[in-house]
Design a protein around this ligand. Structure first.
Ligand code: UDP
Ligand code: MG
Length: 311
């Protein structure tokens, strides 16, 4: 048996019904390796998730937990797990068994072949809702156009990272996290595996539309300033249209012998212009907000209790 340690990081928000089942599936797989640890991160759940985690830690000392003081979000729970993981490779996966544990063997296989990052691409044959599939497809397209990063559609937060990659991530100071993009952006030797997404074992998805939108905005704005450039193009285009329209009005007045009257057209121009201005101000505001948040330099998450020794 080769002597390396595998860490598995599992963010969990209201997953009381899934964790024992997940750990039961993980342990026989991970026991094939020299050493392992499972780090369960409780992201401020309101159910009995933390109690289940404590019990699992009690039953198996290789299972650890980190519990947040409140809900900080999936990306931060993942980051917290990566921050404390001590394995030679670190695998992150969801708690709801949508990421099949048996794939871990393939992930580790890829890593042993010399890849630093082995990520997975979700194949979905009707497990997820139409809305989720559509919104996800749309997001990946926008992300690629805005950032120029050719991140493949369906890249999931189910992946293996070599410890040197984890070290780089630990030292990243940024607060607005979109790990999928960040890891893709980092480079290293990457390898993709596709998998069929499983239905949730128990409970409901907690990725509401609001959370998905927040993640999409964080993803788009933390990787490029193209939205700001888009604002310039939009402003330029509208100003050009305004000039053309003015020329047309002048022509009508001077040569065609009449002024175009009309309250309706005036209102249209006013509303379109007003809308565009608000839109552009919103984009600028989003970036200023990000500077504000990064500048305060608050911790990305706060740990309430953990079974690991705190530094
Ligand atoms: N999750 C989390 N914090 C949150 C929301 C979700 O840690 O605020 C975890 C959740 O427990 C699960 C993973 O993130 O392990 C993916 O969440 P979910 O299954 O709800 O999303 P979906 O699979 O529907 O995209
Ligand atoms: Mg899920």
């Amino acid at each position: 048996m080769q002597s390396f340690k595998v860490s598995v990081v599992v963010p969990a928000y209201n997953e009381e019904g899934n964790l024992s089942h997940l750990v039961d599936k993980l342990v026989p797989i991970l026991s094939q390796y020299h050493d392992y640890e499972i780090i369960l991160v409780n992201d401020g759940s309101s159910d009995k998730t933390v109690e289940v985690m404590k019990r699992l830690h009690h039953e198996n000392s290789r299972v650890h937990y980190v519990s947040f003081s409140r809900n900080f979000g999936h990306q931060y729970a993942l980051k917290a797990g990566l921050d404390v993981a001590t394995g030679d490779c670190v695998i992150s996966m969801d708690a709801d068994l949508q990421h099949p544990p048996r794939l871990i063997l393939q992930l580790i296989d890829g890593w042993q072949k010399g890849y630093d990052i082995v990520y997975t691409i979700r194949q979905d044959k009707g497990t997820e809702s139409i809305f989720k599939r559509f919104s996800s497809g749309f997001f990946y397209k926008c992300f690629r156009v805005l950032t120029g990063l050719k991140m493949p559609a369906g890249a999931a937060d189910f992946r293996l990272l070599d410890k040197k990659v984890v070290q780089v991530l630990k030292n990243m100071p940024e607060k607005a996290l979109f790990l999928r993009g960040l890891i893709y952006w980092m480079g290293f030797k990457q390898f993709a595996i596709s998998y069929q997404v499983e239905p949730r074992f128990s409970g409901r998805s907690s990725y509401s539309l609001k959370k998905m939108l927040a993640l999409a905005v964080a993803g788009a704005t933390s990787f490029s300033i193209k939205p700001l450039r888009l604002a310039i193009y939009l402003g330029f285009f509208i100003a050009l249209m305004g000039c053309l329209f003015t020329a047309y009005v002048l022509y009508m007045k001077l040569f065609a012998g009449g002024v175009i009257t009309g309250w309706a057209s005036l209102m249209c121009v006013l509303l379109i212009l007003g809308g565009c201005q608000l839109f552009v101000t919103g984009i600028i505001g989003e970036y200023i907000g990000r500077i504000f948040i990064e500048m305060k330099n608050r911790p990305s998450y706060i740990v309430d209790e953990t079974s690991l020794e705190q530094k």
